[in-house]
Design a protein around this ligand. Sequence first.
Ligand code: UD1
Ligand code: MG
Length: 472
Amino acid sequence: MRIASVILAAGLGTRMKSSTPKILHYIFDKTLIQYVVESLMKFKSNNIVVVTGSNSDSIRNTLSGYPVTFAVQKEPRGTGDALRAGIQGLKDITKDKDASILVLNGDTPLVGASTLRGFLRLHRSLKEDLSLISFIAGHEHSYGRIVRDGGNVRAIVENKDADHEQKKINEVNSGIYAIKSSVLNLLKDIKLSNSGEYYLTDLVSLAVKKGFKVGAHAIGSETELTGINTREDLYRATHFLKDKVLSRCFDNGVSVIDKASVFVSPDAEIGSDTLLYPNVYIEGKTVIGSGCTIYPNTRIVSSIIGNNVIIKDSTVIESSTIKDKAVIGPFAHIRPDSKIGSLSKIGNFVEIKKSVIGDNSKASHLTYLGDAVIGSNVNIGAGTITCNYDGQKKHKTVIEDDVFIGSDTQLIAPLKVGKGAYIGAGSTITKDVPSLSLAVSRTGQKNIDRWAAKKNLKTESSNPKKRGSNNT
Ligand code: UD1
Ligand code: MG
């Protein structure tokens, strides 16, 4: 089923009390408008128009790469006026009087593709001219009320305009409509409301008066159809989505110690028998295999983690791949474009950037590896640094299989350390190291016999009064 859609996204969102447009607020790592567009993409809407205000660079940037076009509503004069702007670019469709368009509010991010599909099916099979999705609101709200007469929809009354009796109606408007072209002609008849806006919802009573067939269908849940107007709405939607994703994780055999503090992106996948400790954030299109343990205070962004991987406390992994049975952390930072091989170990206070580490290699302590290609069975000693930046350019360090790098080594890139070579601790390596050789660049140790005694320096052991009295 293919259909044109218009997303209304030009409102000011004043109730958010923010300098950011409402529809660019985030739930996890995606903005509200991205969720709406992605639902439409799943549902295969082929022509998606986003109505923005005239100052909309940030919205256009956020949606660059998405298959959408933009229409501009010059002033935010209400949802009816926004839709008038939105259909300007849809002339071919609006000329065909049997065609329908789908209209959605940009602040309703959790609506699922299957709900939209079911809704359009109803719109067509019931041969309605104007259909909308309603739902039953369970708590205090400011949604438009669906006014019925003998079961038939007569009008939508906005919260501000509802009288005492109308306020008791709990069937409300979700802001999602399917509208036939013939009804769109009535947009011009919408009058300015008391609040100085053209309400799209007034189209309902106008269509009813003209004898069009209008229907409201309560086919989705309140949580799915939540419209976000305030920070509290945003909080509620975030937690609804979080719980939904965690339920899916439980169904897939994932264990979570503290549901309240674990956030898993709806785009992430986690395998069975993986255990998530508290304060774990799994963001973006991350894939985590089975049998992994992710310890507390860890953030994994758009990465691929194999099976039986252990990620210890306070680790950050961004846009990288970690192969099976690797152990990462505690306090490790794996920066974008890195690949860590099977059974490898990246330990305490180690930062890896744009580097490949082979299988069964280890960098266990206090190390920076950037722009490096490191083979298998390599041991990187504590305090090793690949000096990849000369102040202008980044250079590559290649360390082949079976190399041993002693502690406190600086590798001044570009550089290659050949297979099976050794580097002595405390070295600054500036030249390639041939395979199987030992490179040491520090000066040899010199012991000066009885140096202190000759200087007449009193050592602690020669001064009985001082012995054991180090609390001065
Ligand atoms: C709207 C509906 C209400 C419904 C609710 C569902 C109207 C008049 N009311 O109320 O019946 O229950 O959604 O969530 O439609 N927008 C524009 N241009 C404007 C004004 C708004 O593009 O001039 C966009 C906003 O960016 C937003 C959407 O339209 O994405 C809805 O506007 P909003 O102000 O949130 O309407 P509600 O008060 O929530
Ligand atoms: Mg709203």
